[in-house]
Design a protein around this ligand. Structure first.
Ligand code: NI
Length: 182
């Protein structure tokens, strides 16, 4: 496994549409392992392949509720319900956040690293994350959807030692957003 370099906004790769994955080989599996490692290193919730310079329809997510690490290959949203509006961040746009509306609940169909198809329903932050990552596969950044432009994070929230720091989890997509009410 190896850490991959995360591309930053301005890199044209982030604006390209990714291709379907047709080979479920060791290269694809290696990419996914590297993406998990890179995501965890950056303390992220999700990461899409174009963010590490690979234009393949792959993203990874580590759901918070059940701590389930999942790789999504060739994902599509097959159903969506409701709406949520909240803060979003992105590892390719460090230090920024924006307010974006997303479906409250989505059902996603994708393939796992062995090519097996699966479906799963997500709500709340995880639904937001899936939408954000699928946007990456289509060359869309959350800046395009932010209602009032992007804002600077005032500072990196200091880790709370007495357990009062949970509010910072609220708006976290890919990277921690210090205050979702900002
Ligand atoms: Ni992102």
């Amino acid at each position: 496994m190896a850490l991959r370099k995360i591309l930053l906004e301005g890199d044209s790769t982030l604006r390209k549409k990714s291709r379907e994955v047709t080979k479920f080989d060791t290269r694809t599996q290696e990419l996914i392992e590297d993406m998990f490692e890179t995501m965890r290193q950056e303390d992220g919730l999700g990461l899409a392949a174009p963010q590490v310079g690979i234009l393949k329809r792959v993203f990874v997510m580590e759901a918070m509720e059940d701590n389930e690490a999942t790789a999504f290959i060739n994902p599509i949203i097959i159903d969506e319900n409701g709406e949520q509006t909240g803060a979003e961040g992105c590892l390719s746009l460090p230090g920024l956040f924006g307010i974006v509306s997303r479906p409250e609940e989505i059902r996603v169909r994708a393939q796992d690293p062995s090519g097996e198809e699966f479906e799963k329903t997500y709500t709340g932050l995880e639904a937001r994350c899936v939408c954000h990552e699928i946007d990456h596969l289509n060359g869309i950044l959350y800046r395009d959807k932010a209602e009032d432009g992007l804002h600077k994070l005032e500072s990196e929230e200091e880790p709370s030692e007495n357990g009062n720091g949970d509010a910072s989890e609220e708006g976290k997509v890919e990277m921690k957003v210090a205050d979702s009410d900002a």
